[in-house]
Design a protein around this ligand. Structure first.
Ligand SMILES: [Zn+2]
Length: 292
């Protein structure tokens, strides 16, 4: 089953909602970065959130980066989404030991840490990107995304993210939802939404039960009439290329390139987002140097 995002709107026009199944893209991230379960869950949640936030941004050729620095053992977690919701990302320490709240429940908050910031960088295809930051609330990511929208964008938001890891460490399910109130939403709509979220419970059990993104929105928003708008396939997608890596190499400067070339051995540069490796021979390094 392909990962996808579905977008919906209540028929009264006051609430927009989206839900995602991100199982494959989180599993792909696990394979690339060799993450242990707690790191898989944390990176998976950040990728899942970034995918929805990038998709909803709706700027042609835009991009959105979600960065979490919580001071915990995972270090920085970063995910970047394209305008569709295709994502790539990394976690600084992918192989931390298992952290559990209790047997079987991964403690993402403790692994991420709470002493830090959530930062969103929106590339809206203008001169400067828009950057917004908020202090982390719990390090559980979904709460922190909710706080970001409330404080930085004044948009009341409900966010849920879930990643369930199998005993063999593969990703069983991943997904979530993002529900936002539009200006003028009446108080009773807010109350109804909050009651629905409470009644539906956590998103991970719903994903584990095989509910589709549409099913999840129907369950969480059962008191609303929903209109489903569009469905978008999403995947783990990196945009690295030999040209980009060459540009990074050129940026280190003539002297350092000279030293690398003088070593007389080919060098291998691994993309930080995916498993692509780029090899450069001493002759190619000299070629890059010649462009300076
Ligand atoms: Zn790459």
């Amino acid at each position: 089953m392909q990962d996808y995002i579905v977008r919906a709107m209540t028929s009264d026009g006051y609430i927009k909602a989206m839900a995602i199944r991100s199982t494959h893209l989180v599993e792909r991230a696990r394979n690339i970065h060799k993450t242990t379960p707690t790191a898989t869950a944390a990176l998976g949640r950040v990728l899942t959130a970034a995918s929805m936030m990038g998709n909803v941004q709706k700027v042609e050729n835009g991009a959105l980066t979600l960065q979490i620095k919580g001071g915990g053992p995972l270090g920085t977690i970063l995910a970047t989404s394209d305008a569709v919701g295709n994502v790539r990302g990394y976690v600084h320490n992918p192989s931390i030991t298992l952290l559990e709240k209790y047997a079987g429940k991964l403690d993402v908050g403790a692994a991420v840490g709470t002493d830090g910031m959530l930062t969103v960088i929106r590339d809206l295809q203008m001169k400067e990107p828009y950057i917004g930051s908020v202090a982390l609330v719990s390090g559980e990511i979904a709460d922190d995304v909710t706080a970001y929208f409330a404080q930085s964008e004044q948009t009341p938001t409900a966010c849920a993210l879930g990643v369930l890891v199998n005993p063999d460490q593969s990703v069983r399910v991943a997904g979530g939802y993002l529900i936002q109130l539009l200006p003028g939403a009446p108080e009773e709509a807010i109350d109804k939404l909050e009651a629905g979220i409470q009644k539906a419970g956590a998103v991970t059990p719903m994903l584990a039960d095989g509910l589709s993104p549409e099913d999840i929105l129907r369950r969480v928003m059962s008191d609303f009439e929903l209109e489903f708008l569009e469905t978008t396939p999403v995947a783990y997608k990196c945009y690295c290329s030999r040209e980009r890596v060459s540009a990074t190499l050129i940026a280190i400067g003539r002297k350092d390139l000279q030293e690398i070339a003088d070593e007389g051995e080919p060098i291998t540069i691994e993309c930080q987002f995916c498993d692509t490796k780029y090899q450069f021979s001493p002759e190619e390094i000299r070629g890059l140097q010649a462009t300076l």
